[in-house]
Design a protein around this ligand. Structure first.
Ligand code: AMP
Ligand code: GLY
Length: 424
């Protein structure tokens, strides 16, 4: 079958790499893709948020499945666009409906869903411009640090964690009254701070049945020792070593099951990935966020550990027959180290030639912000390459990734040398 994958990051290269291992996938297009996807599939210059362009391409190329990588097209309603179009309605879209995508698109929607379905999460309240002073008073009922979350999508920057009460109140006013994050902060969720260690759980659902995919832990800060600005993610480890059988059982019973049942009870159509951000508070998993897509760079460690045919899994998602498929997981660890362009996550330059990729041995190089220019691979984003390796444990896998990074070069390249530091 001919498949169209939307997106252009390391996540999409990893999804493409995995889908192409399936005998069910005869042709794969990636829109818009990167230099990594260009080497294994066909890139097409289409904006995934322009649904009319996507439609023309899907009809012209006889596409039989659309897989959505990033959240934007989902939050904009690509699933419903296909469902409501007489020419497209028979073509499955792997991703949730627009309503389901609100689990990521609106923090308030997600919190209401969590509370309604009795899923453990931090206590919260939400505020608007009109109720900003109530919000300032609400802080006084909490103990520091204070957690403020812009309701809407804010490119991963919408969460503030502040120690000082007066500063938290000022920031709340900045968000609500001065539109610090534009429309995304016209509503703000204030929540109880949860003290613990983070991990992520990934689920593939057909809206009725589900498969729990491997867990992963991501390193979000730019600096070693988890310091400095937040990024999209600087590296990841799967499985999460401290996620033992007991914790996994709690996650499945208290969080995954009620989430899938909640979607059904609320009549929310959802045929795709659910990425559940968790904090392990003294052995008790609590939800800090939902995302309605896979994580990046988590995909670069989760996909390599899935042994089953991903396209067969997607077909089962489309037909709501996920209960009939076995999910086989590689018992080895996988780790990935993200190589970024100096300056990221603030300003950085693009267009630097990347060398050494062909010398990498026993690791997989997933491209993120790269493109082909005059037959050379050049940097084209802040996050550039994710170097994934397998090992009998995460230490062995990490070592291999770092050995291979020594062979790679581009100007101003930077990577964290301590991925997994908190797990040893
Ligand atoms: P989010 O976008 O909701 O995942 O939040 C971004 C980051 O803020 C998370 O990865 C956590 O590190 C942190 N965070 C979010 N909510 C809380 C909370 N209630 N308590 C502690 N840390 C949090
Ligand atoms: N790595 C975090 C995310 O994809 O949201």
């Amino acid at each position: 079958m001919t498949i169209l994958l939307l997106g252009s990051g390391g996540r999409e290269h990893a999804l493409a790499w995995k889908m192409l291992q399936s005998p069910l996938c005869s042709t794969l297009f990636v829109a818009p893709g990167n230099a990594g996807t260009a080497a294994i599939a066909t890139n097409i210059a289409i904006n995934p948020n322009n649904f009319d362009e996507v439609k023309d391409f899907v009809l012209n190329q006889n596409i039989s499945m659309v897989v959505v990588g990033p959240e934007d097209p989902l939050v904009l309603g690509i699933y419903d666009f296909f469902k409501n179009d007489s020419q497209l309605c028979s073509i499955p879209v792997i991703g949730p409906s627009q309503l389901g995508a609100q689990l990521e698109g609106s923090k308030e929607f997600a919190k209401e869903f969590l509370v309604k379905h009795n899923i453990p999460t931090a206590a919260y309240d939400s505020f608007t411009k009109e109720t900003v002073e109530n919000g300032c008073k609400f802080f006084e009922t909490l103990s520091p640090p204070y957690v403020l979350k812009a309701d809407g999508l804010a490119a991963g920057k919408g969460v503030l964690i502040i120690q000082d009460l007066a500063e938290a109140q000022t920031e709340l006013r900045n968000m609500l009254v001065h539109e610090k994050f534009g429309n995304a902060s016209s509503k703000v969720v204030i929540e109880e701070f949860l003290d613990g260690i983070e991990l992520s759980c990934f689920v593939l659902t057909d809206g009725k049945n589900y498969k729990v995919l491997p867990t992963a832990k991501d390193y979000k800060r730019i600096g070693e020792g988890d310091t400095g600005l937040n990024t999209g993610g600087m590296g990841a480890v799967s499985p999460v070593p401290f996620a033992d059988a007991l914790l996994l059982e709690k996650i499945e019973n208290r969080i995954v099951k009620p989430t899938i049942q909640g979607l059904q009870k609320d009549g929310i159509e959802y045929k795709g990935f659910v990425f559940i951000g968790l904090i392990n508070v003294k052995g008790e998993p609590m939800v800090i966020e939902y995302n309605v897509r896979m994580g990046d760079p988590e995909t670069e460690v989760v996909m390599p550990r899935i042994k089953s045919d991903l396209v067969a899994l997607f077909q089962a998602v489309a037909n709501q027959s996920l209960d009939t498929i076995e999910l086989e997981i590689d018992t080895r660890s996988a780790t990935t180290i993200m190589m970024v362009s100096g300056g990221y996550p603030e300003d950085y330059d693009k267009g630097f030639e990347i060398t050494g990729i062909s010398q990498v041995e026993d690791s997989i190089v997933f491209h993120a912000g790269t493109k082909m220019e005059n037959d050379k691979v050049v940097t084209n984003g802040g996050r550039v390459l994710a170097i994934t390796s397998y090992g009998n444990d995460f230490q062995e896998a990490i070592k291999k990734s770092y050995q291979n990074i020594d062979k790679l070069h581009f100007d101003k390249m930077y990577f964290r040398k301590d991925i997994g530091f908190d797990l040893f």
